[in-house]
Design a binder for this molecule. Structure first.
Ligand code: NIG
Ligand code: FE
Length: 423
């Protein structure tokens, strides 16, 4: 397989033509983003299609009956379908080691918050990360990146937040910068020092917030290490007052908010995110009328992370209610060692359909174009349109779109092409 990929990429030079595609999904010529409400259940597609990728971008697509005659390398997709690569807008893939001992503690009855309170959870990962070298972290995160690309992810957000000190947060963000430079997957980076209060600031949360604002932020921004600012605004973590201070400071340095909110409680995090014009508010297991109304009057993308609800046995976010109220939703993996040790977007899509009552079309829109909106890359990612990045998934032979979420756990990805290159 490796030599096939190498040979193909060498041979294909700058152009590749996919022919006889059973269904080419998410084809758009004109779209107002994000996709909301009733529109989410519409996924435009072309049957028996071709797709031409040139210089890493989508040059042309259409029905096989209108295929122009071209002398370029061909991938015959007979029986197979094509989708834009997944846009996974919320992950924490830079971390050291793993936390399966806590997984076993949970089987014995401890909750995520119990584990956090006794110094486990995020603080456990922080202790490990502080002693790991940048190279070690890069190698581990590269392996995870390679893994998720294999699942079909073509755009990915990655957060810091296991450093919780200036040096270690900067170390994480530098690893993310190296990842950005090393891959055909588009990566956005988010500064999340306000993920937990580190041990050395125990009982002095407001001082830790000041430390982030006064000492960390200027360096993070000065080195251009982050695209976004995040805060874990929830019960037992950071308050809405802390979040106000942090997001205001982030904006001063040009870091737009993308925050963790309402995972553990009706924390006010959603309203706080909306107040600060967050690009997205993420998790949202605890959502009622007030939260829906706040989101309806905003441009903030509600981003749902159902594999976290699955892994922690939380109530799922009320996606159906949100969509029926006219909201857009994005879905993402939250890939991290504590609450979602999986970066498989197809599983997130299955969970969205099974537990959040989303239709397959809604879940695919949420995993592609709306995920792209949650990373502000909707002009180049998340759909099949001329001039968009040639970042796509070629499925195995599947009978229909609904087969994707239905056949949960199966590996239905045959090939992944990112920026025109076979991965
Ligand atoms: O998104 N909720 C906060 N942070 C992560 C969990 C991180 C961890 O447990 O290591 C999340 O679920
Ligand atoms: Fe998260």
């Amino acid at each position: 397989m490796v030599s096939f990929v190498a040979n193909f990429n060498a041979m294909a030079s700058n152009t590749v033509l996919l022919t006889n595609i059973r269904s080419l999904f998410q084809t758009r010529t004109d779209l107002k983003t994000p996709v909301k409400g009733k529109d989410l259940s519409v996924l435009p597609s072309i049957n028996n299609a071709f797709l031409l990728i040139k210089d890493g971008q989508i040059e042309d697509f259409g029905s096989m009956s209108s295929l122009p005659s071209l002398n370029v390398p061909i991938i015959d997709c007979t029986g197979q379908s094509v989708l834009p690569a997944w846009c996974d807008s919320h992950t924490h893939i830079v971390y050291d080691g793993s936390r399966e001992a806590e997984f076993v503690d949970k089987i014995h009855g401890l909750s995520y918050e119990d584990i956090a309170k006794r110094g486990g959870g995020i603080l456990n990962s922080a202790a490990r990360l502080r002693t790991a070298t940048e190279d070690e972290l890069f190698d581990q995160a590269s392996a995870r990146l390679k893994e998720v690309i294999g699942y079909g992810t073509g755009a990915l957000e990655i957060k810091s937040g296991y450093g919780l000190s200036k040096d270690s947060e900067l170390k994480m963000l530098r690893v993310i910068r190296r990842l950005k430079q090393s891959t055909d997957c588009l990566i956005k980076s988010t500064f999340l020092a306000a993920h937990a209060v580190p041990l050395e600031y125990k009982g002095r949360q407001a001082e830790y917030v000041s430390h982030i604002i006064n000492d960390m932020l200027p360096e993070v921004a000065g080195e251009g290490l982050a695209d976004y600012m995040d805060v874990f605004c929830d019960r037992g973590f950071f308050t809405t007052e802390d979040t106000d201070r942090l997001l205001e400071a982030g904006w001063k340095y040009g870091l737009k908010p993308k925050i963790h909110a309402n995972e553990l409680d009706f924390s006010g995090g959603i309203q706080t995110g909306v107040k600060h014009s967050a690009i997205s508010v993420d998790h949202l297991e605890c959502v009622g009328e007030d939260e829906i109304n706040a989101l309806l009057n905003s441009t903030t993308i509600p981003t749902l992370l159902p594999s976290t609800a699955f892994f922690l046995k939380l109530e799922y976010a009320p996606a159906r209610k949100m969509i029926d109220a006219g909201l857009p939703v994005a879905i993402a993996t939250d890939y991290n060692p504590g609450s979602s040790p999986s970066g498989r977007m197809s599983f997130v899509i299955s969970l969205s359909c099974i537990y959040m009552k989303m239709l397959p079309e809604e879940a695919i829109n949420a995993a592609t174009i709306n995920g792209a909106c949650a990373m502000e890359v909707q002009d180049t990612y998340g759909m099949i349109a001329k001039g968009y990045e040639g970042s796509i998934i070629i499925t195995k032979n599947i009978p229909s779109l609904a087969y994707l979420p239905y056949s949960f756990g199966s590996d239905l990805v045959d090939k992944v092409i990112l920026k025109g290159k076979l991965q």
